[in-house]
Design a protein around this ligand. Sequence first.
Ligand code: ATP
Length: 340
Amino acid sequence: MSTKVVLIPGDGIGPEVAEAAQRVIDASGADIAWTVRHAGEAALAAGEKQLLPQSTLDLIAEYGVALKGPCTTPVGTGFRSVNVLLRKTLDLYAAVRPIRTMAGVHSRYENVDLVIVRENTEGLYAGIENEITKGVTTSIKVATEGASRRIADYAFRYCRERGRKKVSVFHKANIMKLTDGLFIRCAREVHDAHYQDIAYEEVIVDAACMKMVQDPTKFDVILAENLYGDIISDLCAGLVGGLGVTPGANIGEKGAVFEAVHGSAPDIAGKGVANPLALVMSGVMMLNWLSVRRSEPRFAECATRIRRAYDRALTEGATTRDLGGKLGTMEFADARVARL
Ligand code: ATP
């Protein structure tokens, strides 16, 4: 029987990369029954009243899984991020972002293979902002013991289950003594109580950025609160070839939404040049997740087939402009399909 998955095309380059990713996943034989639901500006354009329609949330909750394109977030004014709201509403508390160098993708480093585990529900993204008086604004950073322990436990478990060796917690507890102080205290306690077989370190986030740029191979699993996790995700994307090659997953107890790290890239939207690989790779993460969650090894087999196909296509130079190639979005997808 087909497996039901919600497909959210999103805004900007979203519909283009979503169509490409869907084509590659279908060609792998994964037998997915896609249902399209909208979010973001695309939802308003489709006649919905809200940027994040209840019907979209309900279907993700029912199927337990979605593949999602980026949704536009205007800077400074207007609505809060649809992406942040969706993660919070569905309690998708762990953002998992694997970063690795790939053959055929030019980057300054070799052998980078790390994973960012980002707390997805609180921190400064809790969205509590106030204008105290004209010219004076505040943003409140939230850190709770429950969410901090939960994400720490997720990161250590992820590390152990995948045979990784070390968790590095990025923080600024020297300045934010209460919030980041609580975050690292929880991480340390979870480590000491249950995961002493895993190496553990605490690194101040600014120094950590410098160390990552000097030698990213020193890092394995990185645990970070929401804002630091967001920023270092793009930094890490830059270490391995850019936003076109960095996938992501938002995982909760009841389900998961898979989406690339990149945004809606309005500068190249509608031109057919966006790189769909990050969303294809997010689709591979989705198939591996389905394989474990639904106890169906065939999904993992499809994931491996897709991964081999895009690795081969990359080494043969079949890439989009951002990676120095000439292919358009759908040509890129077809090059993978041809190798499946
Ligand atoms: P957001 O704030 O929504 O996360 P962002 O500020 O990270 O977005 P992006 O929309 O991700 O910005 O785009 C940043 C730059 O990377 C842009 O120049 C964009 O064209 C490029 N870019 C992003 N994604 C891709 C992609 N899939 N293929 C090619 N270029 C991309």
